[in-house]
Design a protein around this ligand. Structure first.
Ligand code: SF4
Length: 345
């Protein structure tokens, strides 16, 4: 038996939700939501079965990345590392290369570290409770609950951005912190926790969307206190703007790339085009200009070709890489984007 907070677990089993007021309303809500989910759920590759390895991988990839962007990477990653044993035995560089383009590379490093622990300490078998899953590297409260409920039917609720928005609109008020988890647990259908959790997230992702929700197609319309967008008290996030320039050097089918320092705070050990020192590229014409956003910064990225190497930052860490080898290297997302835009990858 896992050791989840007693109050949350109890309220989940009893179905006593503050937003839905009575057990009967909670039951109706669950029935309608699940019927809608079974009829309308998206056909996603990680929903094919309940293999905890596949579910874990999808949950980690989906953190900070949209479903549409994850689908292709997911299939390729599974092809390369079809089991937790194969992932544990891989070199870090290969794991990062397979992750390259998805961004937030710490996720890939933690995934790799957790695979090693799973194989070494658990014989490759996943723990089946959220409490035990949380002990693995890179698995937090949300991910542990998602794996435990979807793969092992443990009655434990998840809270992500989608669930938070749905819960707040249903309740018609701001709910935050631990209260969100308690409310999610109270609404959860303990007999089908994995499907119910996915149904809540699916509703938030496809119907109860940020901005203008599609209330006319909502299966739980009659349970909702808001039926429309809630007025947010928060201010819109302001992106910082920055200009950055890179150099593209190529000769006989090779590109000159540099490796980020192993102890760099961001994307350590990954390969990228050499960055140019500020405004030192003189009159060289930009080969490409694109925009790239990372967390709170909006970059205007210039790529210049054929420029004297002295203006390149850190040329000593650079190497000529054959074009055919690029796909095997852990490239930064921006470098991958640039090479793709130039049809070189
Ligand atoms: S009725 Fe509208 S606001 Fe309420 S849960 Fe459904 S989609 Fe969201």
């Amino acid at each position: 038996m896992h050791t989840m907070r007693k109050s949350a677990y109890k309220s989940g089993v009893a179905g006593k939700s503050n937003a839905l007021k009575s057990a009967a309303r909670a039951r109706r809500f669950r029935r309608r939501l699940l019927a809608w989910y079974y009829a309308h759920k998206r056909d996603l590759p990680w929903r094919e079965n309940r293999d905890p390895y596949r579910i874990w991988l999808s949950e980690i990839m989906l953190q900070q990345t949209r479903v549409a962007a994850v689908v292709g990477y997911y299939a390729k990653f599974l092809q390369r590392f079809p089991s937790v044993e194969k992932l544990a035995a891989a070199r870090e560089e290969s794991v990062l290369a397979a992750w390259s383009g998805l961004g937030y590379y710490r996720r890939a490093r933690m995934l790799h570290a957790a695979a090693k622990v799973l194989v070494k300490a658990h014989g490759g078998i996943f723990p089946n409770t959220s409490e035990d899953l949380k002990k693995l590297p890179g698995i937090g409260r949300y991910t542990a609950a998602a794996i435990a409920s979807i793969a092992f039917a443990q009655p434990v609720a998840v809270v992500d951005g989608n669930v938070e928005r749905v819960l707040q609109r249903i309740a018609g008020r701001e709910i935050s912190g631990e209260h969100l988890w308690e409310e999610a647990q109270a609404i959860l259908d303990p007999s089908q926790p994995g499907e119910f959790n996915q149904a809540m997230m699916e509703l938030g992702a496809t119907v109860c969307v940020p901005g203008q929700p599609l209330c006319h197609s909502c299966p739980v319309h009659s349970s909702c206190a808001t039926r429309g967008p809630r007025q947010s008290a928060g201010k819109a996030l302001r992106l910082r703007k920055r200009e950055i320039s890179y150099m593209l050097r190529r000769k006989s089918g090779s590109f000159f790339l540099v490796q980020r320092a192993k102890n760099a705070k961001l994307m350590p050990g990954m390969w990228e085009l050499p960055e140019l020192a500020d405004k030192q590229f003189g009159k060289s014409k930009a080969l490409l200009v694109l925009r790239h956003s990372i967390t709170v910064t909006d970059y205007r990225v210039k790529v210049v070709e054929d420029i004297t190497p002295e203006v390149v930052l850190n040329p000593s860490t650079g190497k000529w890489i054959q074009e055919g080898r690029l796909a095997q290297l852990p490239l930064t997302g921006l470098t991958r984007k640039i090479l793709r835009s130039l049809k070189m990858l």
